[in-house]
Design a protein around this ligand. Structure first.
Ligand code: PLP
Length: 435
């Protein structure tokens, strides 16, 4: 049996994929790609075909796949130990990484790092810290959170209760934290702010909300609002962190220091699952003073040594390869490419960009949305595969956010692929992808 078919059969028999209509997935043997390896901004499948990694492997990859320095750092650490408990011990890579992360921010601002595994756990941890901090600071009534409509902060129960995307979260609305969902800072004023522990936001751009940037200045105004009302600010930089918006962190663009900063995805350059929740010394100090004040939270793989080694190597690469400086012309090129797509193709209703993150929203030429059952975004992404570009849509918005190391030629390749699909398929096949 050819290898591809073998792996697809095994997957269809035993695997369960995230955010996936499993029935369709298992019925689509020919459409199942088996990705076997990557190099730089490219991914390769089991049939030897290549694809530009157009969404950085779900918004994680920074320096490219199989970067020799990341591979070496992981191998070197694996030869020492892949993992040791962070309960009652420490290890060199975690200690060094915590210091390096704190050094990314002005002295004495974010000084403490709590490690976990994924974006959701980074957020989960910030929420628990925020609530327990209030309990230990004489403000136990502050148990509520405010979050923004259409926001996304992960899928564990606490993080999911912040979520504002109904199609994902409505089933679980009665579980988790009590959360007020708001559309604007003005709407925050309508809440009983004495009950609020913290406000949570994806700074500069909402990702899962079809890549929608916030108006400039909103983040700085939110920081002011929080300060005026004694409410903490949790920034979820799970997507925006590590250069994706053009600066190392999105909050730096508006000079904002949060009370809690959630990092994951790009922390290891996209190579391994590791997350960090950063906070200020004054918050940390409220957890000192005995067992009853300790933070009882943790995961078996907290501060995993391989992940920490990869994260240190990734931060090193930012300096060595001048990742952020080299990214600036690519951001400008992306802006031009998006403008040209919008000008040339009536199906492109709107292009949205924040740094090296873009959303290309497709609509019918009269500006109305395609019927949801036609799943145009999915059909277009499937057509893009034939042009060596791999990405996923959010509804009918195509995500374009390749690794930060993507070259001018590679970015051109992505736009050529998009142009080819929009030009060759003026009517775009709007049947569901699996029919
Ligand atoms: N927060 C934001 C802004 C995200 O975009 C995501 C994932 O896309 C998460 C949290 C959850 O991260 P993870 O999937 O690593 O749990």
């Amino acid at each position: 049996m050819p290898a591809t078919r073998h792996w697809v059969d095994l997957d269809h028999r035993h695997c369960w994929h995230p955010f996936t209509r499993q029935g369709e997935w298992c019925a689509d043997a020919d459409g199942t790609l088996v990705i076997t390896h990557g190099k730089g901004s490219w991914l390769f499948d089991s049939e030897g075909r290549r694809y530009l990694d157009g969404n950085s492997s779900i918004w994680t990859n920074i320096h490219g796949h199989a970067h020799p320095q990341l591979v070496a750092a992981i191998a070197e650490q694996a030869a020492l130990t892949a993992h040791t408990s962070f309960l009652g011990f420490t290890h060199p890579k975690a200690a060094e990484l915590a210091e390096k992360l704190c050094q990314q921010f002005p002295v004495n601002t974010l000084t403490r790092v709590f490690f976990s595994d994924d974006g959701s756990t980074a957020v989960e941890c910030a929420l628990k810290m925020a609530v327990q901090y209030r309990m230990q600071s004489g403000e136990a009534q502050r148990t509520r959170f405010a979050a923004f409509a259409n926001g996304y902060h992960g899928d564990t129960l606490g993080a999911a209760s912040l979520g504002g995307v109904n199609r994902f979260f409505e089933r679980f609305r009665n579980h988790g934290y009590t959360v007020d969902h708001v559309d604007s800072i003005q709407q925050l004023d309508t809440l009983d702010t004495t009950q609020l522990a913290a406000v949570v936001i994806e700074p500069l751009i909402q990702g899962v909300n079809e890549m929608r940037p916030w108006p400039t200045g909103l983040l700085a105004r939110l920081r002011q609002w929080c300060d005026q009302h004694g409410v903490q600010l949790i920034l979820d930089e799970v997507m925006t962190g590590f250069g994706r918006t053009g600066t190392m962190f999105a909050c730096q663009q508006e000079g904002v220091i949060p009370d809690f900063l959630c990092l994951a995805k790009g922390l290891t350059g996209g190579s391994l699952p590791l997350a960090a929740t950063m906070t200020k010394e004054a918050i940390y100090e409220a957890f000192l003073g005995g067992a009853e004040r300790a933070f009882y939270y943790g995961h078996s793989y907290t501060a995993n040594a391989l992940g920490c080694a990869a994260a240190l190597a990734s931060l090193d690469l930012f300096e060595k390869e001048q990742t952020l400086d080299r990214l600036q012309p690519r951001i400008a090129q992306m802006q031009q490419g998006l403008a040209a797509l919008k000008a040339q193709h009536p199906i492109v209703h709107e292009v949205r960009q924040c740094g090296f993150i873009a959303g290309i929203e497709l609509r019918q030429p009269d500006g109305t949305r395609f019927p949801s059952e036609s799943r145009v975004g999915e059909a277009v992404c499937r057509a893009l595969r034939q042009h060596e570009l791999l990405t996923r849509p959010i509804l009918d918005t195509l995500v374009l956010m390749p690794p930060l190391c993507t070259s001018a030629e590679e970015l051109d390749h992505a736009f050529q692929a998009l142009n080819a699909v929009f030009s060759n398929n003026p009517g775009i096949d709007t049947r569901p992808a699996s029919t």
